[in-house]
Design a protein around this ligand. Structure first.
Ligand code: ATP
Ligand code: FE
Length: 338
């Protein structure tokens, strides 16, 4: 089975070709236009997707060595995401589906992030978790603990009640005057700093839920007071601030995940989403895993941020079940269920 995947939920236009679960190509066009605004501008994202989508799909098919008429299905991101961005991928998929008579399969972007753990490469098989497993999904818009019972049955058992972990990274980076997106920049600067230099607020939230707005406020107030006393404070303490912030976010994330593993008895633990690229989180999960006898699954870096390979992978499982979409499908900004 050969699946063409299309992803356009935010600011990356991506197309990938998957044969069963083996990745043949994965092309990503990132949009530089948003950097100067310090965040994604939806209107500009939508326009850039329109410019990118045809060349990106074309390149993905060429790199895979697959002709368009050999595709068994087109898997596309239906949501969640920016509607104007999603619309470009959905419309393109419909057009190609009609022109070449290829069935369409809609994919939940978050299921895509999670199912990226089942992709293999042409020259290498990758480690895959066994069911059931817990996946900590940490991205720009979501922070969830998901219990995954099969490729198509998953349940969110914990979620953030305010900001996502990626948002906490990005907003605190902005306060320090770092460029967007701040997560990778903080990760890099944190390597030179002391994670114990500063202490920021930890949330008190019930169950497996998360909260990051208190941390953000506590970070902001720490900086405001310190800068009032010393205008150069941020510049001279940048690495320590980054290390302490990252350390706090990782502690918060691990705390609930450890609890969920204890209470469910599930010890195959995966992470997914943009923040799963974070070196502090990767080390933290690996370390917790060694101590607790978990099998831990850290995604390849290219599968952490948005990509169409994960969409094709999720689409493959839906294809096997015969879950096809009709031409009147429309994008959705929010999808509460997985
Ligand atoms: P969602 O998947 O929830 O719709 P999204 O697709 O916009 O959101 P992703 O592309 O999965 O999010 O992830 C982007 C986020 O990941 C950004 O907040 C970015 O700062 C963060 N991120 C990327 N790399 C790192 C890193 N090394 N350390 C911390 N955060 C990172
Ligand atoms: Fe994403």
């Amino acid at each position: 089975i050969t699946i063409l995947g299309i992803e356009s939920s935010c600011d990356d236009t991506s197309a990938a070709v998957l044969r069963n679960n083996v990745l043949l190509s994965n092309v990503i066009a990132s949009q530089a236009v948003h950097v100067k605004y310090g965040g994604v501008i939806p209107e500009l994202a939508s326009r850039a997707h329109q410019q990118n989508i045809i060349p990106v799909v074309d390149t993905a098919l060429k790199e895979a060595g697959v002709a368009a008429d050999r595709i068994d299905a087109i898997a596309f991101t239906r949501g969640p995401g920016l509607v104007g961005s999603l619309l470009v991928g959905v419309s393109f998929t419909k057009g190609l589906s009609i022109a070449r008579n290829i069935p369409m399969v809609e994919v939940n972007h978050l299921q895509g992030h999670i199912l990226s753990h089942f992709i293999d490469l042409r020259d290498r098989t990758l480690p895959h978790p066994d069911f059931p497993f817990l996946c900590l999904l940490v991205s720009g818009g979501h922070t969830q603990i998901v219990r995954v019972d099969s490729p198509l049955e998953m349940e969110i058992i914990g979620t953030t009640i305010d900001d996502a972990a990626g948002e906490a990274f990005d907003k605190c980076a902005k306060v320090m005057g770092l460029p967007y997106p701040g997560g990778p920049v903080i990760d890099r600067l944190a390597k030179e700093g002391d994670p114990k230099a500063f202490r920021f607020a930890h949330p008190r939230v019930e169950g497996y839920d998360y909260s990051f707005s208190g941390l953000k406020t506590s970070f902001l107030y720490t900086l405001r007071d310190a800068v009032a006393a010393d205008p150069d404070f941020i510049e001279t303490h940048k690495a320590d601030l980054c290390a302490s912030l990252q350390g706090t976010i990782v502690e918060i994330l691990l705390d609930k995940l450890i609890r969920a593993s204890k209470e469910t008895g599930i010890r195959d633990i995966a992470i997914a989403g943009g923040v799963s690229a974070n070196s502090g989180l990767r080390d933290g999960i690996a370390e917790a895993g060694r101590r607790r006898g978990w099998r831990t699954f850290l995604p390849e870096f290219k599968f952490t941020t948005d990509n169409a390979a994960m969409i094709a992978m999720a689409g493959y499982y839906r294809y096997l079940r015969g879950d096809f979409s009709s031409l009147d499908v429309s994008p959705v900004a929010r999808l509460e269920e997985l």
